[in-house]
Ligand binder design. Structure first.
Ligand code: PHE
Length: 497
């Protein structure tokens, strides 16, 4: 009734019933209309949820034709007045379903009895309780005062519950029959014309969530890099300058005693730079010592006894490991004013390898690398050091496996126990740098250097549960994910990376 306000009751129930289940959209529509009226204080409402029951198609059939058991009873002869009917004939008369369920239930109710291989009636006129109950549910949507009956009928799939949503709506303080357009802003025009006096203003919604602000974000690799940097700093390391992506083969390989014939130096593994064709010259005496240790040996070594090519040494390439930088740094430390001083150095930066890319390999990735140079360092120091370093990343159980690097002896792969996967995972490559590398630099004879390296991508992928490295960097990266990925705390991890 829209004729006058006075005919409208203070509270009315909007029955909304079955629509709610079949059409969530319609329900949302009503809800949002109500909410909008509430925001204007025109109404207040309560939501009331009730349940009623409707018959399934089988339930309806029972109301029309009687229960399966009564149908079985009906076709059977009275005891002594006809031939008993067996299951195959019942099936022909009533169908498989009714025969199966009806015969069983009629027998249980003692409405029918066995006679020979068939059945006959055992009672006179049984009352069809199921059909009766269903008739009541059909009429009332409920079976008053008997939960158990409803449960049983529902279990037999004869009825189904229906949820109903009603709204109990009352007039609000601003109740009206027309929705007044509320002003959202006080304008110059309203002030000039005086319209502001009669205007109604929309309430501020202080609880509304604001627009997310645009912001930059650190890439996941940078977040994990930051964690490693902190660990290194905490352990007294200094960061090496790693901004030289292009290195000479001299620093990347020769100075590290990697033979010029080593397979890793071939173009399949290394990206060579076409221009400029040659690198700058290393200090000539140092170059000469390196040439000599390769060709002839020295420092207790017999060398590779293969020709050493200056041209090969001068080739420019994209560094294949950050150990090129470590080598340069060790050389500088050996030759610094005041002579050698013990050092702990680290770097985390990009390296390049001419490899086919797949889910776990990219042609460029990052290396985390550390070197420690001091007098009389042993393999025991290296192992203890690895224990300490990796414990700070949450990895407490380590194993070491002998390995081979041209520039370290001994060399070891480091494995960590992965509690989740229940297996040992390789986490780093490490070793004691060879005298053929260290002594030509001019490092004092007693100085030993330990070093290790690993990729930054692997722990990052594990920490952020990234399956494919190509979604971590490159054009397939999802920038919205980059924005929301939280920082990681390595030592808090229960996983090995
Ligand atoms: N350069 C090695 C690599 O690329 C890592 C390493 C660094 C090994 C220092 C030993 C010593 O895997």
């Amino acid at each position: 009734d829209q004729s006058s306000t006075s005919t409208i009751p203070d509270t009315r129930i909007l029955r909304y019933g079955d629509v709610s289940l079949s059409s969530p959209d319609a329900q949302l529509g009503i809800r949002s209309a109500l909410d909008s009226l509430v925001s204007k204080e025109m109404v207040i409402y309560d939501q009331i949820t009730t349940t009623s029951y409707v018959l399934t198609s089988e339930g309806e059939e029972i109301v029309r034709e009687g229960s399966h058991e009564i149908r079985v009873w009906k076709v059977l002869p009275v005891k002594g007045q006809g031939e008993a009917i067996g299951v195959p004939d019942l099936k022909k008369l009533l169908g498989d379903e009714t025969t199966k369920i009806g015969q069983m239930r009629a027998f249980k109710n003692k409405w029918i009895a066995k006679e020979g291989s068939g059945f006959v009636r055992a009672v006179e006129a049984p009352s069809d309780e199921t059909a009766e109950q269903l008739r009541i549910v059909l009429e009332k949507g409920d079976y008053p005062a008997a939960e158990a009956v409803l449960k049983e009928l529902q279990k037999r799939k004869l009825i189904q519950p229906r949820k109903h949503i009603h709204y109990s709506i009352s007039k609000g303080p601003q109740f009206a029959l027309e929705v007044k357009q509320l002003e959202t802003d006080l304008t110059v025009e309203m002030l000039q014309s005086g319209a502001w006096k009669d205007a109604s203003f929309k309430q501020y919604n202080f609880a509304a969530a604001g627009q997310p602000t645009e912001h930059g974000a650190l890439h996941p690799l940078l977040k994990v890099r930051e964690e490693f940097r902190q660990i290194f700093f905490d352990m007294g390391f200094t960061e090496m300058p790693t901004n030289r992506f292009v290195e000479s083969a001299f620093w990347n390989f020769d100075a590290m005693f990697v033979p010029q014939q080593h397979p890793a130096r071939e173009v399949q593994d290394t990206f060579y730079v076409k221009e400029p064709v040659k690198s700058l010259q290393p200090e000539s005496a140092y170059y000469e010592r390196i040439r000599k240790v390769h060709e002839e040996g020295g420092y207790g070594s017999i060398g590779y006894r293969a020709p050493f090519s200056k041209e090969e040494s001068e080739r420019l390439l994209l560094r294949t490991h950050t150990t090129a930088t470590s080598t340069d740094m060790l050389y500088q430390i050996a030759n610094q004013p005041g002579g050698f001083k013990p050092a702990k150095l680290f770097s985390i930066d990009r390296v390049f390898r001419n490899e086919a890319t797949d889910a776990t390999h990219l042609a460029e990735f990052h290396q985390v690398e550390g070197v420690v140079a001091d007098y009389d360092i042993t393999l025991g120091h290296l192992m203890a050091f690895m224990q300490e370093f990796y414990a700070r990343t949450g990895n407490h159980k380590l194993r070491f496996k002998p390995a081979y690097n041209p520039y370290t002896e001994p060399s070891m792969e480091v494995f960590a126990w992965h509690e989740g996967l229940k297996k040992w995972i390789e986490i780093a490559n490490s070793g004691m740098f060879r005298p053929e590398m260290l002594e030509p630099m001019g490092l004092p004879k007693g100085v030993r250097v330990l070093g290790w390296g690993m990729s930054l991508e692997r722990p990052t992928m594990i920490k952020y549960k990234i399956q494919d490295i190509r979604t971590l960097v490159g054009h397939k990266t999802d920038l919205s994910l980059v924005k929301i990925r939280p920082a990681v705390r390595l030592e808090k991890g229960d996983e090995t990376f």
